[in-house]
Design a protein around this ligand. Structure first.
Ligand SMILES: *Cc1c(COP(=O)(O)O)cnc(C)c1O
Length: 432
């Protein structure tokens, strides 16, 4: 009935997540509130693990893309589900290490890691560093010398694939700030640069072709392009690369218009392609890494808001204002992201009105959704925005000095706070 299996309606007609009543949650924890189903998150990890098992003989690992939603509890869950983490900053590395996450299962990405971040990663023994540019390779060489360590390095490659998705989240093509281009020879030059240093162990290649991709074919194509590159590397340098990180970007359902193929829809054809290409190029079948972010976290959360002002502008539109907005979910203002919005107290009632959900910030563009069809709400009602588990809290800000919301995980129907609501004091704590 809903865009996510973690959601349901109880006999009072209230929306539930992970078995917990959202109206009770709003009352007990306050709003805005982001609520996750821990069971749902774990189920997604297990699904990825079992599909690597089934289609690829278990010869790989899931790396959760922390940027989708990073906090200590999320790192603990990823650890216990045997996943690694894709981290992109010193802050994400710190969060993972602070809960004892095994450093060898951290994969450090990013198009402009600072010297301090790279040094922190090398000193902490982060498992793999995915170099994005020549400067980074040079910095890694000097850090390897400085600390007398051998560093396991991947290269981020642009496979030149145009995945059909929003242009801001399309990254596989040549005009992208991420990675080394194949077509121009830049990627092969980077391989040679790495092999010059005895301290860098070039063991893998990485690509990530975009996000919220529904069509499996660009993933299959990327797998073939990358395998061909591994073959070119072997021929030109004699090095056999044994690890292949294919990134994330698997599409999920935000509204009924989204039609994801399901993970099997990617894993089966991609696995087949890699094995076929390995045979064609006489290469060993590489260890693979998948980096789902959105598809682990997005559908397993809802954001609960309390409705304030309802403004009906005749023949124009009806505004429903809520007690959060772009500060806890900037995805609409960034890329007009679509969401399903519900009157949480009448979750099974048919929609009878069309509204624009507006945040409380001093920006006309601070909207969560336009033309959302919902069961009418009035001041004091709880509004639920579904599938807000990825790229919402992690992109949250203190614009207008609005405090970041509380985050709650529900396990077996029981909620617990995993991130406390920010306080005014905390927002001002670095001010002098
Ligand atoms: C963003 C990103 C991911 C995760 O993308 P999703 O669309 O959330 O699955 C994985 N890997 C890299 C390198 C990324 O930049």
């Amino acid at each position: 009935m809903f865009v996510s299996d973690s959601l349901n309606v109880n006999k009072e007609g209230h929306l539930t997540i992970g078995g917990a009543d959202t109206l009770d949650l709003a009352k007990n924890f306050g709003t805005p509130l982001i609520v996750y189903s821990e069971d749902g998150i774990r189920k997604n990890f297990k699904f990825f693990n079992s599909s690597i098992q089934e289609y690829y003989g278990g010869n790989g690992r899931v790396l959760y893309a922390s940027k989708a939603f990073c906090c200590k509890e999320m790192c603990r869950i990823a650890e216990s589900e045997n996943a690694g983490l894709d981290v992109v900053s010193g802050g994400e590395i710190y969060t993972a290490l602070s809960v004892g996450f095994p450093e060898d299962r951290l994969y450090f990405h990013g198009n402009n890691k600072t010297y301090n971040e790279l040094e922190y990663a090398v000193k902490s023994g982060v498992g793999r560093i995915i170099a994005d540019n020549i400067e980074e390779i040079k910095t890694l060489e000097s850090l390897a010398e400085k600390y007398g360590k051998k560093i396991d390095v991947y290269l981020r490659v642009k496979p030149g694939i145009d995945a059909h998705t929003h242009k801001f989240i399309r990254t596989g093509q040549i005009d992208s700030k991420f990675g080394f281009a194949l077509e121009t020879g830049e990627a092969m030059d980077a391989v040679r640069e790495c092999t010059k240093s005895k301290k860098l162990n070039l063991c893998g290649m990485h690509c990530h072709i975009g996000s919220q991709i529904f069509d499996p074919s660009p993933f299959v194509l990327a797998a073939e392009v990358m395998m061909k590159f591994l073959s070119d590397i072997q021929r030109e340098t004699g090095i056999t690369i044994t690890e292949l990180d294919l990134g994330g970007g698997f599409g999920i359902k935000y509204t009924e218009n989204d039609k994801p193929v399901g993970l099997d829809g990617y894993m089966r054809p991609v696995s087949e392609q890699i094995k076929k290409s390995a045979e064609k190029y006489s290469l060993p079948v590489p260890y693979i890494l998948l980096e789902p972010g959105r598809s682990i976290a997005a559908a397993e959360a809802v954001t609960l808001y309390t409705v304030g002002a309802v403004k009906k502008i005749p023949n124009i539109r009806n505004y429903v204002s809520i007690d959060g907005g772009m500060t806890d979910n900037p995805r609409y203002i960034l890329y007009q992201a679509e969401y399903t919005v519900l009157n949480a107290g009448k979750a099974d009632a048919l929609p009878d009105t069309t509204v624009t959900v507006a945040g409380k910030c001093c920006e006309t563009g601070d909207l969560i959704q336009e033309n959302a069809k919902i069961k009418e709400v009035k001041a004091g009602d709880i509004l639920a925005v579904l599938t807000t588990g990825a790229y919402c809290y992690s992109m949250a800000s203190n614009y207008n000095r609005v405090e970041r919301p509380e985050v709650v995980f529900v396990t077996d129907g029981i909620p617990r706070t995993v991130i406390r609501r920010e306080t005014y004091e905390q927002m001002a704590q670095n001010d002098i």
